[in-house]
Design a protein around this ligand. Structure first.
Ligand code: HEM
Length: 325
């Protein structure tokens, strides 16, 4: 298998596991006090996802050394690892590892303070995304970084709440299920549109409004928006029909609700896979390539398409071959 394809797959698993672990910590902080019998199962899920996140984040970091050298042997190359250690990806990986470790501790520890630890772990993991990537290399940086922070927190809360909601629906008494689902839906109705708007504004700032379906970066963004429309339709169905029916406690209502949530989760995981590919392999299109100004870098001196991706500010780009300050 090509090292780029493997790196994207591992990164997608890392993103999916970490975002869900962050979302579970936020879910427990917001709804934990209302739960009667499902808390232990939600915590166990959090431990598994944080553990998978921690391991795949480390694997993803190792694979970047291979991508820099262009072959699998690079994964074991000390010289590549020394270079990688000076890039922002190393700091981002450290934050992700520390954040995942705090999340695991918060899910294992049953004391009240564990919620605070979970929220700190969640903040560290989301903060790590602000150290690398296009948000670092595009202006206005403060706006893109703020939008990305909002985008990530809400995306994590949404995707990380789905499996716990299924567990709650299957285990809790009908009145608790109804209360948690209605409260979650009310919050999501405000937060999810804000996340989508943040994503769209960020996309506009990163591309300066340039759009072409033939450009891989903007095509991937289009894919994300299309999948989001599908996920939102399922969420609207849950809110309008399936959620209220849970109050009666009928097994068929719980089954339909769980199935709809499972499909919503698969669609959101699809968005995460597209995001991992988009941010690993493609860059936002640029207007005038030579002389474009980006943070900390004054000019692009040559722009032939590189046969191998090169490392720019901790993120690999296949379209930019040389930069100077
Ligand atoms: C309207 C829908 C959406 C739009 C327009 C959108 C747009 C964006 C943009 C422009 C970025 C910055 C990418 C970059 O650095 O090049 C981003 C990052 C991200 N998005 Fe979205 N997004 C949307 C929905 C979602 C959803 C639903 C999820 C998750 C379930 C998600 C997960 C992420 C993640 C994890 C990142 C960080 C990627 C990284 O820094 O490596 N997005 N999004």
């Amino acid at each position: 298998m090509d090292i780029d394809a493997l790196a994207v797959m591992v990164k997608a698993v890392a993103y999916a596991a970490l975002l869900q672990a962050v979302g579970i910590a936020l879910f427990l902080a917001l709804f934990g006090a209302r739960l009667e019998v499902s808390t232990a199962a939600v915590r166990r899920l959090g431990i598994v996802l944080s553990g998978v996140g921690l391991l795949t984040v480390l694997a993803s970091y190792g694979l970047e050394a291979g991508r820099m050298s262009g072959e699998f042997a690079g994964v074991m190359d000390n010289a590549m690892h020394r270079r990688l250690a000076h890039l922002p990806l190393a700091a981002a990986t450290s934050l992700r590892v520390l954040g995942s470790a705090l999340l695991i501790t918060a899910f294992v520890w049953t004391a009240r303070e564990a919620k605070v630890l979970g929220v700190i772990g969640a903040a560290l993991v989301t903060e790590s995304f602000l150290l690398v990537g296009h948000s670092v290399s595009h202006e206005p940086r403060w706006a893109i970084v703020s939008l990305l922070q909002l985008h990530l927190l809400v995306a994590a809360f949404w995707i990380g709440s789905i499996a716990p909601l299924i567990l709650v629906a299957r285990r809790e008494p009908a009145a608790v299920v109804h209360q948690v689902v209605m409260r979650f839906s009310a919050l999501a109705t405000v937060l999810v549109p804000a996340m989508a708007v943040a994503g769209l504004v960020m996309a506009w700032l990163l591309t300066s409004g340039r759009y072409s379906i033939r450009d891989p970066y903007t095509a991937a963004l289009t894919g994300k928006v299309a999948l989001l429309v599908v996920a939102l339709s399922l969420a609207a169905l849950n809110r309008a029909r399936l959620g209220p029916a849970l109050l009666e406690g009928a097994a068929s209502a719980v089954r339909r609700f769980s199935l709809s949530l499972a499909v919503e989760l698969i669609v959101l995981l699809g968005i995460v896979v597209v995001t991992a590919a988009m941010t690993s392999l493609f860059s936002p299109p640029m207007a005038s390539m030579s002389g474009a100004r980006v943070a900390g870098i004054r000019a692009i001196v040559s722009l032939p398409v590189s046969p191998r991706p090169v490392m720019v500010l901790g993120r690999t780009h296949s379209t930019v071959s040389a930069w100077t300050s």
